[in-house]
Design a protein around this ligand. Structure first.
Ligand code: ADP
Ligand code: MG
Length: 229
């Protein structure tokens, strides 16, 4: 897969850049935000409050791009431990539910018994969060996102399924390109980060998409664990 290799090289380069400059950008942004808020609180700037609030929220947006950007660079290989994905899902479920509940949507769990495998827990949390958020965002009105896990002979499988309108064919190959987004306030980094995480776990990252929704599927290898049935 030469296309896949090119994608990995891009991610590597982005990661190095991110580590180098993100902190340097964040500090001045924090200063500017602080002074803006200070000015915004003054009576004499009451009529300009709207502009000041807009500037502050744009600084917040820049900051969240940097946060996403930084996690592209993070490779914490020393944090890899034997873990059960279902337990990780259990830990972030309340947060995911809150995300969904605010928007009249639902998160369903369909978790089968799994063996422990070598995982970086923080990265797996981020992977699930990115995919669930995309699923929720793909359903403008309402709908369900299902988190499914199961085990086959040599694999632990994680699926995130939504009931959105699917990923249009013409953009499918752009999925995973840093900064590619079709959303007005998107960062276009969620998929790139998720693919990087799957790669570092030597897992297969795949998706199926159509009019009735999208299912992301991450296939992890079990060394020699056997599924309980
Ligand atoms: P962002 O969510 O900030 O746009 P991502 O990297 O997470 O960035 O996703 C990139 C793009 O991939 C999205 O803008 C969207 O067009 C598409 N996409 C990702 N997940 C889904 C999904 N579940 N359903 C439909 N489109 C999706
Ligand atoms: Mg996203």
């Amino acid at each position: 897969h030469s296309q896949e290799l090119a994608r990995l090289e891009r991610l590597n380069l982005i990661g190095q850049l991110a580590a180098g400059i993100s902190h340097e950008i964040r500090n001045p942004l924090t200063t500017v935000k602080g002074f803006l808020q200070f000015l915004g609180a003054r009576k004499q700037y009451e009529s300009e409050k709207e502009y000041i609030d807009l500037m502050v929220s744009e600084i917040d947006r820049a900051n969240s791009i940097i946060t996403d950007f930084l996690s592209l660079a993070k490779v914490n290989s020393d944090n890899i431990r034997l873990k059960n994905i279902n337990e990780i899902i259990g830990k972030i479920f309340p947060m995911l539910q809150a995300d969904a509940y605010n928007n009249n949507k639902e998160i369903l769990l369909d978790l089968k018994s799994l063996p422990e495998i070598m995982l970086n827990e923080n990265e797996i949390k981020q992977l699930i969060l990115n995919l669930v958020r995309n699923g929720l965002e793909a359903m403008p009105e309402k709908g369900k996102v299902t988190i499914r896990t199961y085990c086959t002979e040599n694999n632990v499988i994680l699926e995130i399924e939504d009931q959105g309108a699917g990923i249009p064919e013409e953009i499918r190959e752009k999925i995973g390109t840093p900064f590619f987004t079709t959303k007005e306030t998107g960062t276009g980094l969620g998929m790139a980060i998720s693919i990087g995480i799957a790669q570092r776990h030597h897992a297969l990252f795949d998706f199926e998409t159509g009019r009735n929704g999208t299912t992301f599927k991450i296939t992890f290898n079990t060394a020699d664990s056997i599924c309980e049935i």
